[in-house]
Ligand binder design. Sequence first.
Ligand SMILES: [Zn+2]
Ligand SMILES: [Zn+2]
Length: 315
Amino acid sequence: MSICSRCSSEKVVYKREISGEKLCRSCFIESFEKRVRKTISKYNLFREDDRIAVAVSGGKDSLSLVKLLWKIERDFPEASLVAITIDEGIPGYRDESLKLAVDFCNRLGVEHHVYAFKELFKITIHEYMNIYNQAKKDFGPCTICGVLRRRALDIAAEKVGATVIATAHTLDDIIQTYLMNILRGDLPKGLIGVRSKEGPIPRVAPFRLTPESEVVLYAYISGIPFQETPCPYASYSQRDSIRRFLTEFEERHPGSLYAAISSLEELLMRQEKETAKKFCRVCLSPSTSDVCRACQILGEILRINFISPLSPTNK
Ligand SMILES: [Zn+2]
Ligand SMILES: [Zn+2]
């Protein structure tokens, strides 16, 4: 018979494959939250008087993050929390998650703001898809969406006076990103999701050492309502195939993701000390080239916009 490794309860909800530990509901929640708190202090992700902008998409990861930060923030009276949702303009899909984000933040009493691609960049991802399908552009919708979302979040965070941006990227997401960079021939330039001194508003990922599967379980057993439908354009993304590969690999060899982040980041930290950083001349983010990839893509979008029959001025 299986019992909780910590409190001997007979209601085990989770077996942690790496350690063999079995946990009941309340021991799982406790250990999950403890790990996130430990991650925050290990990397000094927050300061006591931060105004934290948390990116909330309405999915399980981001709603779990806003709930956890809301709990943690109560211990720091000088800190404040504000939630931001970026509306990319994907009909149907975004409407559902937007409602979840609004309702959930309301329930917690967390200030919430929505910023739309349409207002910021004059184009929705849906409109870009039409251009992409007609003209076979170089950049797929997920690349464009990722770059625009990142920029939108920077703009939004600045508007609400945030001093740091918290995103719900999990251990899985971080490893995927490192791998995608490597597969593009682009060596990662530093640690993802930790506070760096340079560049725009720092971005931190409190779930950076937490596996995706544990975030899903946390959302599920804490009764967090989340959107389950994936983005309709997800199959266009390179990330999707890397995700599937990594998930399968981790299932067969538990602990691989954690091993990967440890070794990779040790290497990155060594390299960081040795090399002088260069910055993008447009957005001042660390970059190996004169203008970073994001700014190159943004330039392309602005150009499309100008000649696009879909832009409001040409209609
Ligand atoms: Zn227990
Ligand atoms: Zn740039």
